[in-house]
Design a protein around this ligand. Structure first.
Ligand code: 5GP
Ligand code: ZN
Length: 153
């Protein structure tokens, strides 16, 4: 699934085309964003982060991708890399082409180097409920800073 989250923070006061009147709705008490924004998929947490409506600890950013710290880190470094546009999972990003998956991988590596874990880190895409994908907006976990066992759980 591809949506239209790409306008980023500059569009924070525009109107959401795809959601309710307030752009982001409350879910599980976690979403506190109010106001309207352009280029969003309603009820998508990571679209809200990409648009700046939902706060996150951003690590790095470029025009089509953004990296921010996971709210529940599983290692000293645990950063999520997402496309700013909405894709449901990594398969949708790959299918879309256009180098976006390359950009995600490149940003993941740049984050790892900047975090001082460039010599050993893991990039994980959980894809689908069977792999534990909870947030249906494509994202790569960049994990490192401790010994990483194999196989993963
Ligand atoms: P998944 O299980 O879908 O592969 O990973 C989703 C990740 O998103 C989890 O590691 C979870 O901790 C993280 N996450 C969930 N909600 C938030 C949030 O509101 N902010 C941030 N920064 N990370 C979140
Ligand atoms: Zn999304």
């Amino acid at each position: 699934m591809r949506g239209v989250c790409g306008a980023g923070r500059a569009a924070a006061t525009a109107t959401c085309r795809d959601g309710g009147p307030d752009g982001v709705r409350q879910r599980a008490g976690r979403w506190r964003a109010v106001g309207r924004y352009d280029h969003c998929v309603s009820d998508c947490l990571f679209c809200g982060i990409a648009s700046g409506q939902i706060p996150a600890r951003t690590v790095r950013e470029n025009s089509r991708t953004i990296a921010f710290r996971d709210i529940n880190p599983q290692a000293p470094t645990h950063v999520l890399v997402i496309p700013k546009e909405h894709y449901a999972d990594v398969a949708a990003v790959a299918e879309a082409g256009g180098g976006l998956l390359d950009e995600m991988a490149s940003l993941a590596h740049r984050v790892a180097v900047a975090e001082g874990i460039g010599s050993g880190y893991r990039v994980v895409f959980n894809s689908g409920p069977g792999a534990g994908q909870d947030v249906p907006h494509a994202h790569a976990h960049v994990i490192g800073g401790r010994p990483l066992e194999w196989p993963p759980g």
